[in-house]
Design a protein around this ligand. Structure first.
Ligand code: HEM
Length: 606
């Protein structure tokens, strides 16, 4: 009698064009995936697809094979002693049996029948007519549709949607990509198939700008992602945490409007993006590090702003090397070189922040900030441990996503109002009635300012700061609207096109906040529930800072509109409204404007 191990192996899933995950991240994801797989396995066995054995008697086992709805079974008589296991249900589990040569022959036959049946039925399924890819442009040999995207991919993809329909398929080098450009198609991916699209594809941005996806934005859908998101929600971005930091926003806005009054007195124009980035970075600095990161607006804060823009722009570019891995090393567009330069600068800043924070630990005793919380989670027995790299990567996420997105929305809103002074006047009149002119806006006023809320929504619609959402990836092959979506297909949702869709919005190119005062639209929630307006994406990977984003936009925009009259600098007759594409959509020419205080002078004192 001989002893043998029986393994019923599941065919290894193809990795498509995804990079292979390495080290800690890989192991962590594997563990999470295994648990998820166990749950899925049971479901799949019931739905069809797999093979397993059951003990029938002391010397007989039943082998069952299923592919789709078809189940085949046969029994095998064993010329052996008693079996040492009850059943072999999990494909990855092994079961030791004492078997003789006869048994080995039987098992070999059974395995062969299983594989042949699976192959045969599998190929029948492959021929099913439902495996039709969504329509899309043909593209070029080898590089596929990459050159068709140009420098304004959101615009090019929106034009393709007009030609091919709500879901467009593009072969991008060796990778598959689909783009959803209507509310219904976005819902199909981000809500109906949310779980299947809850991962982000690996790319040069996540590798070089997010410490190899060790952050929250690019983390694989797994325990570390869950833990980072929970910590952010509890201590920084959730409703309670935002209420707790209201005083920080109020103080920082005070600094900002006083600096603007000084610019006004000097007759200087205010550069909106510089001013807002300075204020927002200081707010985030106080929440995370317990201190402002810039004492004064100047060279240092402007350099910080340039770095945020650089990071957001290059991380959003379509890098040929991400789609044709064989030539990634050539870095044909020079994107990776630029990313490495930027991240090196960031790394110095973040390391300095963490070192200074550690040195001042004593002063914060009993008054922990967010970085203290993160540090205490480095050896958390109840969750995945956070490494120093995870913490640095998360800080980078929060400082970049937390400043550039909200400030660009506010900049676009002010630019639209400089083109249409009636909107500015109407917003000011509403605030004069509710708040008066003796004090400035406070957080609790916002719920009584429907026009201000409508103004924010209209800006989110026409100028979403993340035009193509952040990319997602299909974990498994699936079907959407009758089209076959292969495993590892990259998904972009054209939020920009949805906001300008004439089938959804009347006169979509017109900037008209009033559209959000009507019954149906007034209730529209930009935080992922109404797919006509999804500036923060939707589903389980929706923007972690959506609540903070809305608060920042409404509060800062309201304060700026209520506190000042606005006009273009003398001599400027036309306002440039061109966009520059990136992860966040920038105004190509930063907005500069002249401001005049319009409240009682005491209102600027605090
Ligand atoms: C107007 C402001 C903002 C806009 C328009 C915006 C937009 C977005 C979008 C579209 C996504 C991708 C969602 C998806 O895949 O479905 C995202 C993700 C994210 N955003 Fe924001 N964002 C804003 C503000 C913020 C703020 C203030 C923070 C934090 C300080 C933040 C942190 C994040 C993070 C961490 C993610 C990744 C979430 C995940 O993958 O689980 N965002 N944001």
């Amino acid at each position: 009698m001989t002893t043998a191990m029986i393994f019923i192996l599941k065919p290894k899933k193809s990795s498509g064009c995804a990079f292979k995950e390495k080290g800690e991240r890989g192991r962590e994801r594997e563990k999470w995936a295994e648990e998820e797989e166990k749950k899925e396995e049971k479901k799949k066995t019931e739905e069809g697809g797999g093979g397993w054995t059951e003990k029938l008697g002391e010397t007989q086992i039943k082998v069952m094979i299923s592919v789709g709805p078809v189940v085949t079974d046969f029994s095998v008589e064993l010329d052996v002693g008693p079996l040492q296991c009850q059943s072999v249900r999990q494909p990855r589990q092994s079961c030791k049996m004492a078997v003789d040569t006869f048994l080995l022959r039987e098992i070999a036959t059974a395995t062969l029948v299983f594989l042949l049946t699976r192959l045969f039925l599998g190929s029948l399924l492959l021929l099913k007519p439902t495996r039709k890819l969504p329509p899309g442009p043909k593209g070029w040999p080898v590089i596929g549709a990459l050159p068709l995207l140009g420098t304004m991919p959101h615009v090019a993809l929106s034009q393709m949607a007009k030609k091919y329909g709500p879901i467009v398929y593009l072969k991008m080098g060796t990778c598959d990509m689909v783009v959803a450009s209507t509310p219904d198609s976005a819902r199909a991916f981000l809500k109906t198939l949310d779980m299947n699209f809850s991962n982000r594809p690996p790319n040069s941005g996540s590798t070089h700008m997010a410490y190899n996806a060790q952050d929250l934005v690019w983390a694989g859908y797994g325990p570390r992602w869950k833990s980072l998101r929970k910590l952010c929600n509890l201590h920084m971005l959730g409703a309670k945490a935002l209420d707790d930091s209201a005083h920080i926003r109020a103080t920082e806005t005070g600094h900002m409007i006083r600096a603007m009054c000084e610019s006004s007195q000097r007759g200087e124009a205010v550069v909106i993006s510089e001013m807002l980035t300075f204020a927002m970075a200081n707010i985030i600095g106080q929440v995370i590090l317990g201190r402002r990161v810039f004492a004064q607006k100047g060279a240092e804060s402007n350099e910080f702003k340039d770095m945020v823009v650089e990071l957001m722009t290059s991380a959003g570019l379509f890098n040929v090397g991400d789609y044709i891995l064989a030539i990634a090393w050539m870095d044909l567009q020079g994107i990776v070189r630029k990313m490495k330069r930027t991240i090196n600068k960031w790394d110095v800043i973040i390391k300095k922040m963490v070192t200074e924070h550690t040195e001042l630990a004593r002063q914060r005793e009993g008054n922990a900030d967010f970085l203290d919380v993160l540090m205490s989670n480095r050896e958390n027995p109840e969750g995945p441990e956070l490494s120093m790299t995870n913490i640095k990567a998360l800080l980078l996420d929060l400082f970049t996503a937390g400043t550039d997105t909200s400030s660009s929305v506010i900049e676009w809103a002010l630019a639209e109002m400089l083109l249409n002074s009636d909107i500015l006047k109407r917003a000011q009149e509403e605030m004069d009635q509710v708040i008066g002119r003796n004090r400035r806006l406070q957080s609790f006023d916002i719920s009584k300012l429907p026009y201000l809320q409508a103004l924010s929504k209209e800006t989110f619609r026409k100028h979403p700061s993340t035009p193509l959402n952040l990319p997602r990836m299909a974990s498994e092959a699936c079907e959407v609207n009758g089209y076959y979506i292969p495993k590892n297909t990259r998904l972009s949702v054209n939020i920009w096109a949805i906001g300008r869709d004439p089938d959804v919005w009347e006169n979509p190119l017109e900037f008209n906040p009033e559209r959000f005062l009507s019954k149906k639209n007034a209730k529209m929630d930009p935080r992922g529930n109404d797919f006509e307006l999804i500036p923060f994406g939707a589903g389980r990977r929706i923007c972690a800072g959506a609540r903070m984003g809305v608060v920042m936009v409404e509060y800062f925009l309201g304060t700026l509109v209520h506190s000042f009259d606005w006009k273009l600098p003398d001599g400027m007759v036309e306002l440039n409204m061109d966009e520059t594409f990136g992860l966040a959509l920038q105004k190509t020419v930063p907005l500069a404007a002249m401001v005049t205080p319009r409240l009682h002078q005491n209102a600027y004192a605090t």
